[in-house]
Design a protein around this ligand. Structure first.
Ligand code: PXP
Length: 237
């Protein structure tokens, strides 16, 4: 089974634009789960322009599926996730001013940093996933960090899907196979949508989780949240 984890950053962005608690992030998280989502993802960024670090403990209370917190492992981020203890932390190499994540870790260059942080999180019982570009040569060094999983960055796949889907998926299949051989679990995310998700899911062996935000919220404007989640779940059958 591949879990659909709904990234609710965009909901926080709308809430923050008016100052009050509308839409209500916790209610939205509850509703996503009620509608069938098997996880909730948030990505608090240093400027807190969408998810705020103060949202995390309230979200933890209402998430009955799987709570995934993504982010750059600054000291503050690590302190907060150790307090909250979500099911999974996905480490991304974003700079503080990044608009969105656009690349994965260089697991060779950042080996020592990642090893220390992964060990720290795992000691507290938190599963760790590393955001990684689709490149099978990174798997050996990713495995050496001690991570449980990798999350394949699917931005390039999404961009190239309409041009040549077979070429777009090839490095993902190669990296997925290397990850499976190295006993690493496999997640994926970024720019997945109703057009490109089904092919990705059918081509990638042993995909455990996709985290999807932007497209789900955009589609929900037209189809409603409940229908939209059902449509995405349908692609993962
Ligand atoms: N994975 C990571 C590491 C991300 O930073 C994001 C965006 O916050 C996503 C997945 C989800 O991407 P999208 O919003 O394009 O579905």
């Amino acid at each position: 089974m591949c879990r659909l984890s709904v990234n609710i950053n965009k909901i926080a962005l709308i809430r923050n634009s008016r100052g009050a608690n509308l839409p209500d992030l916790c209610q939205l998280a509850k509703d996503c789960q009620e509608f069938g989502a098997q996880g909730i993802t948030v990505h608090p960024r240093p400027d807190e322009r969408h998810i705020r670090f103060s949202d995390l403990s309230e979200l933890k209370e209402v998430i009955s599926t799987e709570f995934n917190i993504e982010g750059y492992p600054s000291d503050y981020f690590i302190k907060k996730v150790l307090e909250i203890k979500p099911h999974q932390v996905t480490l991304v190499p974003d700079s503080p001013d990044a608009l969105t994540s656009t690349t994965g870790w260089d697991t060779n260059l950042h080996q020592e940093l990642l090893k220390k942080i992964v060990g720290n999180l795992k000691d507290k019982g938190i599963r760790v996933s590393l955001f990684l570009n689709p490149d099978p040569t990174l798997i050996e060094s990713a495995q050496r960090t001690g991570t449980d999983r990798i999350e394949l960055y699917t931005g390039g796949y999404a961009y190239n899907y309409g041009i040549d889907m077979s070429q777009a998926i090839t490095p993902h299949i190669q990296t997925a196979n290397a990850a499976i051989e190295a006993h690493l679990g496999l997640n994926a995310g970024h720019d997945l949508n109703l057009d490109n998700l089904e092919f990705y899911y059918n081509q990638i062996p042993e995909l455990l989780e996709v985290s999807i935000g932007h497209s789900i919220i955009c589609d929900a404007l037209y189809f409603g949240l409940q229908n939209t989640i059902a449509m995405y779940l349908n692609k993962l059958q």
